[in-house]
Every structure is written in structure tokens, then in C-alpha cells.
Design a binder for this molecule. Structure first.
Ligand code: ZN
Length: 274
């Protein structure tokens, strides 16, 4: 489906509980000239076939680059088979190069420079923005002409995301606010058009800050473990499938507060049984 003059989305309902609203792969550029592909989906055969079928529907445009957002399997899993059909340079964060070199020809994988611009058909310029946090090797992409951010798993369309390093994640969100945009094209969940698309990054920042306040309030009540704080901060009827993600998020808040020197962490102790 075409969502903007140079943006085409291949949406698939993969039914994953931790990112409701399915998943997306994007073709960006001019199908009559050339395009880039953003992300290659999971290794599931059906997902790869859907990407390739959509590529056929677009008229098999020449592909200038396969751009990856990060190392998680639902973004790079289909790379080897997609590359067979579209043998274009595979571009990614420098920390992801070695992994991808085991999936395609070594020379095909070319690390991105921070803020590097990749040019494709229709005079389209896609800029790579390094946005670590969800994962250390996360890259978002920016199409200034159409005021759109491709946010991978940094910002999702229908839920909040999991974060490995909250301090760098918050810096990445602040970075995204500096690139004027109206539409968010996320890795999962629906495309978020204006006016909400322009607000979403700020909403994510506020949401995390609120969560931090809740974690601090729980700590001030004397709650001191990830499980206790999660029970206090999240709704009691949180589905079991989401509880682990919630606990992980609380843990990242505690790590961030510890790094900032606002918390003391008491290590777990071991004692012999009698
Ligand atoms: Zn993902």
C-alpha cells in the first residue's frame, strides 16, 4: 500500500503479543526508477514470500540498498532470501555488520556512517539516524521531503516498546524530535499519520518520564525488587505474555536511575543452606 508519494508499506499480521498491530516492511523511492527496502522480516517463509510478492507488484524496481533497523530476528531473519532476489548493498549499524556477513556475501554488507544519506529513485534521500536503546545497533531512517520517520522498534504504532538501555533510548528519542516529521512509519503497528504522527515521539518521552516517576514513588514506599515494583506500577490484570516485558522495562528504569547515581543497588546475596 502506498502511504506517501515515495513510501510503500508491506504490512503483515504476524500475531505477536509483544508488539500488537502486526509488522511492516517499507519500500521507499520511485518504483519506476529505484527504491530501497527497509528491513527484511522474520525468517518465516510466508513473511519472506509476502515481501517478494509485493516487490513483484511494484514491478521489480531496481534496489539501491537494503536498509536494516536492528539485529532482532524479526527484522533481519529474511535477509538471505531477500538478498538472493535483490542483491543490493546491505546497510546497517557498524555493530551489526559481522552478524549480517554470515547471512550474505561479506562484501555486500556496508556499515552506515551516523547521519549518512542514502539516495534512491525519485530523487529521494533517506538519512540514517543512529538511535540506540531498544538495541545497541538500532538505526532509524528519515525522509525529510515527506516529513517521515522510519522508527524500526524505537517507536511503535500501537504499543510502547522494550528497551535495553534506557539512558541511550531517551537520548535517541530527543534526537528524533530534532528532525521535523508528521508521519511515523514503525516496524510494528500501523503507520501513524498526522496529526498524531507529529506528537508520538514526544508522547513516548512523556510516557517514560511518567513511568520513572511511578518507579520512584514505588521505591519511596520501600518496594525494592523488580517484581514488587512491576506489581505496583502496572495494572494487576496485565496478560502473562506482557509481564516479562513490563519487568524488563522496570529493570531498565532501575539501571538508568542507578547510572545517574540516584539509587543504591544491593547485590543479591548467597547463603549456604543448613
Ligand atoms: Zn521488532
Amino acid at each position: 500500500m502506498q502511504v506517501l508519494p515515495h513510501v510503500y508499506v508491506m504490512h503483515i499480521d504476524d500475531g505477536a503479543a509483544f508488539h500488537p498491530g502486526g509488522s511492516n516492511n517499507y519500500f521507499v523511492g520511485d518504483p519506476a526508477e529505484a527504491m530501497v527496502l527497509i528491513d527484511t522480516g522474520d525468517q518465516h517463509r510466508e513473511w519472506t514470500q509476502r515481501i517478494l510478492r509485493y516487490y513483484e507488484e511494484l514491478g521489480r524496481p531496481s534496489i539501491n540498498a537494503i536498509l536494516l533497523t536492528h539485529s532482532h530476528h524479526d527484522h533481519i531473519g529474511g535477509l538471505d532470501r531477500v538478498y538472493e532476489v535483490m542483491p543490493a548493498p546491505v546497510r546497517c549499524h557498524p555493530k551489526l555488520v559481522a552478524t549480517l556477513q554470515t547471512m550474505v556475501e561479506k562484501d555486500a554488507v556496508v556499515p552506515l556512517q551516523p547521519d549518512e544519506t542514502v539516495i534512491t529513485g525519485g530523487d529521494v534521500a533517506v538519512q540514517a539516524l543512529f538511535t540506540p536503546g531498544h538495541e545497541v545497533d538500532h538505526v532509524s531512517y528519515y525522509l525529510a521531503d515527506e516529513r517521515v520517520l522510519f522508527t524500526g522498534d524505537c517507536i511503535l504504532g500501537a504499543s510502547s516498546t522494550t528497551v535495553r538501555d534506557l539512558m541511550s533510548y531517551m537520548q535517541s528519542l530527543e534526537l528524533l524530535t530534532r528532525y521535523p516529521h508528521e508521519t511515523i512509519c514503525p516496524g510494528h503497528g500501523p503507520v501513524v499519520p498526522p496529526p498524531r504522527g507529529a506528537e508520538l515521539v514526544r508522547w513516548y518521552i512523556d510516557h517514560r518520564r511518567q513511568r520513572e516517576q511511578q518507579v520512584l514513588a514505588a521505591l519511596s514506599k520501600g518496594l525494592g525488587t523488580v517484581e514488587e515494583i512491576t506489581r505496583e506500577v502496572y495494572p494487576p490484570d496485565l496478560p502473562a505474555g506482557l509481564r516479562r516485558g513490563a519487568e524488563q522495562n522496570v529493570a531498565t528504569h532501575l539501571e538508568k536511575l542507578t547510572k545517574e547515581g540516584r539509587l543504591d543497588e544491593t547485590p543479591a546475596r548467597y547463603r549456604l543452606r543448613h
